[in-house]
Design a protein around this ligand. Structure first.
Ligand SMILES: Cc1ncc(COP(=O)(O)O)c(C=O)c1O
Length: 253
């Protein structure tokens, strides 16, 4: 789906309008890992279900930054990756109860025909599962609302600092509404990789390139270079944000 390249926003009604007679599923992200935008997935899910279409939600970038209530959301499938919320490398797929046994996944024949086992690999990764449990406890103990509030406060400083620099182009929204604390940007006259290397020398970890958001970068006309991406997490504080902004000021001009 095309999105508004100026605001970085996706029109949910345009997604629903695209539903045709052959549409069975819509796959949509709950938050863009490049622009931080959070599409209005509730509207998409409601419109899709009215038309008998299922919705698969990629919650990988959203879950570390915002509370998610699957019962209210009402999607059919939701995925999240625990390594994005301080856990181990693994994937989690939540499937609506009415689909768990009715969709036939690729599996070895002797594996159980019933969920959840029919969706899992032969021998579960027990040590990973124990660590996922611990990471989930960490999130619940810290409180995702508290984490989100702290991240938003630091992010406001970061976004203001980037927008105030005339050599910086901020991609996607320039406001704090319906977004995660993640921003992509470019600095005039500097390749994104060079900026990332310079910031690394200041002990600031950012990523450069497309971060797998290939279509987003193509829509923004940035296939060749991509952009720099900075994101905040539960352990990022105001000092880290200052170091990033100071690091940009010490780029060769
Ligand atoms: C929005 C989004 N979806 C999916 C993925 C892929 O998740 P995984 O690395 O667990 O395959 C990522 C990883 O960065 C992501 O940011």
């Amino acid at each position: 789906m095309p999105f508004d390249t100026r605001s970085g926003r996706l029109d949910p009604d345009a997604v629903i309008d695209r539903i045709g007679p052959r549409t069975r599923w819509i796959a949509i992200t709950a938050a863009s890992n490049a622009l931080g935008t959070m599409p209005d997935i509730a509207t998409v899910i409601a419109g899709a279900h009215e038309r008998g279409v299922r919705v698969f939600v990629d919650g990988v970038h959203l879950v570390p930054h915002a509370p998610v209530d699957l019962a209210t959301l009402g999607c059919d499938v939701f995925v999240t990756s625990p390594y994005k919320w301080y856990g181990p490398h693994a994937g989690i797929m939540w499937i609506a109860p009415d689909l768990r046994d009715s969709i036939e996944p690729y599996k070895v024949r002797p594996a159980s025909d019933h969920a959840p086992e029919r969706w899992e690999t032969g021998t579960p990764s027990f040590e990973n599962i124990a660590a996922i449990d611990a990471a989930a406890d960490f999130l619940l103990d810290e409180g995702i609302d508290r984490i989100a509030a702290a991240e938003s406060a630091s992010f406001a400083t970061l976004l203001d600092g980037l927008l105030a620099d005339p050599t910086v182009t901020v991609l996607g929204p320039h406001d704090l509404v319906d977004r995660t604390p993640t921003v992509s940007f470019n600095v005039a006259g500097h390749h994104p990789d060079a900026v990332a290397h310079h910031l690394a020398s200041q002990r600031v970890a950012v990523w450069s390139g497309n971060y797998y958001a290939v279509e987003t970068m193509a829509a923004l006309g940035l296939t060749a270079t991509g952009a720099i991406r900075a994101g905040l997490s539960a352990y990022t504080d105001a000092d880290d944000v200052s170091r990033l902004l100071d690091g940009l000021r010490t780029l060769d001009r």
